[in-house]
Every structure is written in C-alpha cells, then in structure tokens.
Design a protein around this ligand. Structure first.
Ligand code: B12
Ligand code: SF4
Length: 466
C-alpha cells in the first residue's frame, strides 16, 4: 500500500483535572512514533492536551494511530469514525482498547492490545505488502472479511526494555522544552491493587531498563529540557537496589535536574533511599496513599497499613521532598466520615498537594469485573471514567453524596487558607496550584449546586443532588 506518512494522536482529557495546568504526554504515542521515525516513516505526534492537531497533516496521512485510555475513548472513537470516513485506516492502542477491543473495532480498523512496539511494526509491514497475513500478528484484533471480530493470541511482554529507543519529543507537535518531561525506566508492578489496570497492561513482573540505559535517557532529557523530569514508572522504587544505583550515579555523574516519581509508601522505610533521592534532585514524590481507612486498604489489596502511610509521610518530609498524596475514595467500606477525615488527615500531616480520586471501575481491573457482574455500574459514558465522577453505586452512600462530598473535601484542602499560607512563604508554585485547585473545585461545586451538571449527569438526577 506504500505507507509513508503516519500520524499519532493522543486525544485530550475530557475535562479539567489536577494536572491540566501541566500537561504531560503518555509515552506510548511518542515512543511508537520514534520507532516509526527510525524506520523511515514520515511521522508526527499530536498530543491534544498540548496543542490542537494539524488536521491537514493528519488527514493527508496514509495511516492514523490513536492512543487512548478510558476517559479519552469517546474522543478517540469520534476521531476514528471521522478519519475512516475519509478512507484513512485507523489503528488504536492503549489501556482502553486493549481491554475492550470489540468496542474499539467499531471505530478502528485494527486494535493492538497491550504493548504496541512489535505488533505495530509487524502490522505496518503486512499492510505494506498489500495482502496482509493478520492471523500471525500477536496481540492484534481486527474484523475479518465475514465481519467477525478476530482477537489473535496475546503477545508476551517485552523482555529487554533497553532495546527501546529514547523517545524523540521533537516529533511532538508544538512541544516546548518547558513542558514537564516524562521518562520511563521500568514497566509493570509486583502488586495487584483491585482498581489498577497496570497489571493487565504491563504485568506483575517488574521489568527495568538497565542503570546505564536509564542514565543515558536521563542525560538526554537534561540536555534537551530544563523542566522537571517526571518518572512515569508506576513504582520507581520497586527494586530499591537498582533505584539506589541510578540515584548514586546521577549524583556522581552530576546529572543535575529536578525530578519527580511515583512510589509506594515502602520508600519511607529506607532512609538511605530517601537521602539519595533528595541529593539527586527529587522535588516531589507522588505516593499512592489511597486510604486512611484500614478496612478499605485491605479491600483494595493495597498491602500497606495506616502506620506505613503516616511514617512514610513523615520520613519523606524530613528529607525535604514534597509529597503529592493520592487518595482513592468510595470503597465498600467508605462513608461520608471517611471522606471528611481524609482531608483532616492530609492537613494534619501537612501534605503539600493531594488528589482525591473517586474509585472508578476501569476496564481491565478486578473491580470492573465485580461491578459489571453485580450490575452496579451506573453507565458506560467513558468520558466520566476520569476518577472525578461517580460511575457506580457505592455501598454506604448515594452516588450524589460521594460526588459532592469529594468535591467539598477537595475544596476544604485547596482553600484560601492554603493559598495564603503558601503566598506568605513566597512559594508561588504552590500558591498557583492552590488557586488552580480552588477555582476548579468551586466551578464543579457551583455546577452541582445549580444542578447544571447534575441535570446532564448520567450518574444521578437533580433531585438526588439537592
Ligand atoms: C503519566 C500518566 C499520567 C499523566 C499524563 C497523562 C496523559 N497524558 O494521559 C497524568 C499524571 C497527567 C495522568 C492523568 C490521568 N491518568 Co494516568 N497514567 C500515567 C502513567 C503513570 C504512565 C503513562 C505512560 O507514559 N506509560 C508508559 C507508556 C509506554 O505506556 P502507554 O502510553 O500505555 O503505551 C503503550 C501501550 O499502551 C501501547 N499503546 C499506547 N497507545 C497506542 C497506540 C497505538 C496505535 C498502538 C498500536 C499501541 C499503543 O503501546 C505503548 C508501548 O508499549 C499510566 C500508567 C502506565 N503504566 O501506563 C497512568 C494511566 C494511563 N492513567 C490512568 C488514569 C486513570 C488517569 C486519569 C484519568 C486519572 C488520574 N490518575 O489523574 C488522568 C487522565 C488524563 C487524561 N489524559 O485524560 C490509568 C488509565 C486507565 C484507563 N483504562 O483509563 C493508568 C493506566 C493508570 C492506572 N493505574 O490504571 N496520567
Ligand atoms: S496501584 Fe500502584 S502499587 Fe497498586 S498495582 Fe497499580 S501500580 Fe502497582
């Protein structure tokens, strides 16, 4: 078919979220574009949260690849439909189509489930030949000539992450060096929390880039960007020995940059690790605190207790590292009191920023299976599966109560008090974060109190809001 020009699109988030002010691309589209670029394709990456796509480039492409998670699926499908109407073949991948390929095949010619690196290259090779042998491509889903959806067997996870190229952000439309810069050093997570879709996507085996390869990627990142480097690994410290080797090398090789990463509370048990983190430029740790309710921590299968959470917060702060505390509320064992106590707790322990997410059954998780089986999903308007909307029937509260109480809780945290406290310290970053958070929460609360949003919410009616 003579494929030359390829567009990659990551559709934008359906609404404002806590990171909207600092948009970060997921690495999938950038990495796959880099691989295709190295193979000689004329490829461009459009991250809609950064800038609107150049539709003249997209619509003159031989193929369009779309990367989507659940909350962006509806936008992805709209794009897919429009591009296919122009006779442009569409390939989809990412966490949502991986778990619901039948749905995605209504809007795409092909879905590549799981990790896309090898499957995409094999598919393009077959399409180029004109008479594709699709059945041999592991992880591929497609519709055959009889109109039946075919799902080829899953592909094994990539074994050697060092074979991956360094993502080339120059392919990203409107990328500027001031954008937060994502870096990946590992895939997978040895834990198995009930609400998390990472295990289905990347597996429980913790696969790592070598220390050398990680350092070379960090050096490249530092050479092209002065911005904070965000290590997108789900658990940057799952193998503490390796993490320490990376950090020590950053210090001795003078790789100077501010960086942030996602970790679990275990980091709090290792002062040497925290010291190395602080000395190598760690600005903020994004920590999955999840809940202050011990029964909920058990239900989530989080394998951490309240004491782990408290001592982790204290240890991390003592090392001068900021904390972004991530909580997930709305479990079977959570009630209104839990929500209110979560904010009291965050304030008492002086957490720098928090994100209160509403428990969301995402496709590919044990939670989704349970909610589907028991008929507790309120709807499947995927744009609301953004952890800011209640999409299932909680056990101890009504959906409207969980929604409003969560917003109020965020509002209590990102309050004028928060803003002025940081302003008084001339800490303009957190002052801005506070203002942004406050404005976003006020806007959502107003929408609920006037029932504008409630009226259009598929989750509950106006009467339930009042
Ligand atoms: C960085 C990150 C963010 C950043 C940037 C987000 C962004 N631009 O979307 C921030 C912090 C802002 C964020 C926000 C959110 N995130 Co987030 N995030 C991540 C994280 C940690 C890393 C993403 C990444 O770079 N991964 C590494 C790359 C290589 O993986 P990848 O992009 O998935 O690509 C691979 C495959 O999916 C596939 N592939 C992907 N696209 C395509 C396309 C084609 C054509 C093909 C063939 C293959 C393919 O091949 C790639 C290479 O193997 C992931 C967890 C994870 N491990 O992925 C969660 C994750 C993607 N986030 C998630 C969620 C829920 C959210 C939020 C809704 C809530 C929140 N946490 O605040 C918001 C929504 C934002 C939005 N865009 O709407 C979920 C998504 C699950 C789902 N089914 O929806 C994940 C999986 C985390 C989880 N625990 O479940 N997130
Ligand atoms: S929530 Fe974090 S610790 Fe739990 S399985 Fe997902 S990535 Fe691992």
């Amino acid at each position: 078919m003579g494929i030359k020009k390829i567009s990659f699109i990551e559709p934008s988030a359906p609404g404002l979220h806590i990171f909207s002010k600092f948009p970060i691309p997921r690495l999938g589209a950038v990495l796959l574009s880099t691989i295709l670029g190295e193979r000689g394709y004329d490829v461009k990456t459009f991250i809609e949260d950064l800038a609107a796509p150049d539709w003249s480039f997209v619509e003159s492409s031989d193929i369009v690849c779309i990367s989507t998670i659940t909350s962006t699926a509806i936008k992805a499908y709209r794009m897919g439909k429009r591009l296919r109407a122009l006779n442009i073949p569409v390939i989809m991948g990412g966490a949502h189509p991986t778990f619901l390929p039948d749905e995605a095949l209504d809007y795409a010619d092909f879905v590549i489930r799981g990790e896309g690196e090898n499957g995409l290259l094999e598919l393009l090779e077959q399409m180029d030949k004109g008479i594709p042998h699709l059945e041999d491509i592991k992880g591929l889903s497609y519709r055959n000539r009889k109109g039946k959806n075919v799902h080829n067997p899953a592909r094994d996870f990539l074994e050697d992450l060092d074979t991956l190229p360094t993502p080339d952000f120059s392919l990203v439309h409107n990328w500027t060096p001031s954008n937060t810069y994502p870096v990946a050093t590992s895939r997978g997570c040895p834990y198995e929390c009930r609400f998390c879709s990472v295990i289905g996507m990347f597996g429980r085996k913790y696969r790592c880039k070598s220390v050398e390869s990680t350092l070379s990627e960090l050096k490249h990142a530092v050479s092209v960007s002065k911005a904070v480097k965000f290590i997108v690994d789900d658990n940057f410290a799952a193998n503490e020995t390796r993490t320490k080797q990376i950090l020590r090398a950053m210090i001795t090789e003078k790789i100077r940059t501010r960086w942030s990463a996602q970790v679990r509370t275990e980091v709090g048990r290792d002062p040497e690790l925290l010291r190395l983190m602080a000395d190598s430029g760690c600005d903020t740790l994004f920590i999955g605190l999840e809940s202050i309710n011990p029964r909920t921590l058990k239900e989530y299968n989080k394998k951490q207790d309240l004491q782990d959470i408290i001592s982790c917060i204290r240890e991390v702060r003592d090392h001068g590292i900021h904390i972004h505390g991530m909580f997930v509320l709305g479990a079977e064992t959570d009630d209104v009191k839990t929500i209110r106590e979560t904010v009291d707790f965050a304030q008492r322990l002086d957490i720098d920023t928090i994100q209160i997410m509403i428990l969301t059954p995402l496709p590919g998780t044990p939670l989704f299976e349970q909610m589907m089986k028991t008929g507790r999903l309120l709807h499947t308007d995927w744009s609301q599966y953004d952890v800011q909307h209640v999409v299932y029937k909680p056990r101890l509260m009504s959906p409207a109560t969980l929604q409003i109480e969560t917003l109020k809780a965020m509002g209590r945290f990102y309050s004028w008090k928060y803003v002025f406290r940081h302003l008084a310290k001339f800490d303009f970053h957190y002052t801005a974060v506070g203002l942004f958070g406050k404005r976003a929460v006020d806007r959502s609360l107003k929408a609920f109190s006037t029932c504008m949003d409630g009226a259009s919410s598929p989750s509950f009616s106006c009467e339930e809001v009042h």
